[in-house]
Design a protein around this ligand. Structure first.
Ligand SMILES: [Zn+2]
Length: 232
């Protein structure tokens, strides 16, 4: 698997040259972190907050009632987005999530999302996984969005079961698998709120769907989704 080797190689290089760009591997200007200005400019944004991107917009259509589904970037295997997500999740780079959240927040703000959400709820990790990683990457993204969009982060969901690996299951099996693994922490703090539910990636949408259903059952007023990246 060349992509895996690439990722390992990246980690190895980063060990000796910590201040290089995740995208082009060039050295970063002073004061810049993780991604250089050129790679930031070239990020494969979906812009689906202002133009239709059917394969993203339709991912959850018909499955659940929601207002917005917002994806910052197109996921491409071996591309910069995969590297960003890898660094964020597996290389202790929590602050990448914060940075990406701020960048996307600014785009959304300019796009007119000035008062769309009352609170931002990250998809939770199972507590054992979060202990191991030290943070929840979706919460980092949520914090960045929150700073710009002025909606508070609420840790309103908990994951009560660790999900098994999803990759070898069919879509139906995956949906079944995630159905009962999320719980509301405190219903009274989310009731009547316009909630932006955030995760790092949307693939099938099964996780967002499961969380969204739990939130709606608990009595939120309106549901929207935001992710760092969406797959094809
Ligand atoms: Zn770069």
């Amino acid at each position: 698997m060349p992509s895996k080797i690439n990722l390992i190689l990246n980690d190895f290089v980063a060990l000796f040259f910590p201040n290089i760009c995740i995208g082009c591997k060039g050295s970063l200007p002073n004061g810049m972190n993780h991604i250089c200005p050129a790679c930031q400019y070239d990020l494969p944004k979906t812009n689906n907050y202002k133009q239709e991107v059917p394969h993203i917009d339709q991912k959850l259509a018909g499955s659940i009632q929601f207002s917005h589904i917002l994806a910052y970037l197109h996921f491409q295997k071996k591309g910069i987005v995969q590297h960003i997500l890898h660094e964020l999740k597996y290389n202790h780079k929590e602050d990448i999530g914060l940075m990406i959240g701020r960048w996307y927040g600014h785009d959304l703000l300019l796009g007119g999302f000035t008062n769309e959400f009352d609170m931002i709820i990250p998809v939770p990790l199972h507590s054992s996984k979060q202990r191991k990683r030290g943070y929840n990457q979706s919460e980092a993204f949520a914090k960045g969005l929150s700073e710009v969009l002025k909606a508070e982060v609420c840790l309103g969901l908990s994951r009560v079961a660790a999900s098994e690996t999803q990759t070898r299951k069919s879509r139906v099996e995956r949906l079944e698998n995630v159905k009962s693994i999320f719980e509301i922490v405190n219903a009274s703090e989310i009731q009547g709120k316009r909630v932006l539910l955030v995760d790092d990636v949307i693939t099938t949408g099964a996780t967002l769907l499961a969380c969204g259903n739990v939130l709606i059952e608990a009595g939120i007023k309106e549901l929207s989704f935001a992710v760092i990246a969406a797959t094809r």
